[in-house]
Design a protein around this ligand. Sequence first.
Ligand code: MN
Length: 254
Amino acid sequence: MRILLTNDDGINAPGLYVLEKIAAQFSDDIWICAPHEEQSGAGHSLSLNRPVRLRQHAEKRFSVTGTPTDAVTMGLRKVLPAPPDLILSGVNRGANLGDDITYSGTVSAAIEGALAGVRSIAFSQVYSKEDVGEDVSFDAAETWGAKVLRPLLDMPFTERTLINVNFPPRPAAEVAGVRVARQGFHDYARGSLIESRDPRGFPYFWFGLHGIEHTPGHETDLEAIADGFVSVTPLHLDLTHDASLAALRACYAR
Ligand code: MN
């Protein structure tokens, strides 16, 4: 089984090494093509107004000076000798849950894989407010990663779908299990907006992630993580709101 690994935290991110350890339990044909620098929050953006550079770090280890979508595209079109059987993205440093997944470079890399017809899975390690900076632990992801991945490989692959996995912010031994849940939602009281002045006195603004009020319950990924489970959510790329189709058609038929 040929596996392509990528992420949005960059080629040197600790979570990518965790992902390598997970993937190594399934294959020895592992290729890495990841962004050269951190691209968290890049969503599904594709670089169109500047060139990207491909850099080789080892035999099957490459980085791309671009977004996660650029990295997957380069992996599929240029780096790998043949299409992979599996694309894994992550392990992201931080949650990709509920409404936030459209910001996610990690999930978007898996979306790009799904569009290319390859089974694709995004992995993210949620961390608590106390664990910040260098202190974020990937213990739950490292221990539970293979357990979560194995059954997914036995499932038939459905075109244009992907799987979003989040590991809860607790030690592996305290993880409650795996729960399949739907995508959640939260109040759009967005995180913090930090406002200050740079060393030369000019104002700047910086989006923060803390303070986002999630709305758990409703059997969602957010609730699964709050309950200490690994959340597994199937996603698909058709964003059509079926319930509105008939009403909209009626609108224009008048
Ligand atoms: Mn990230």
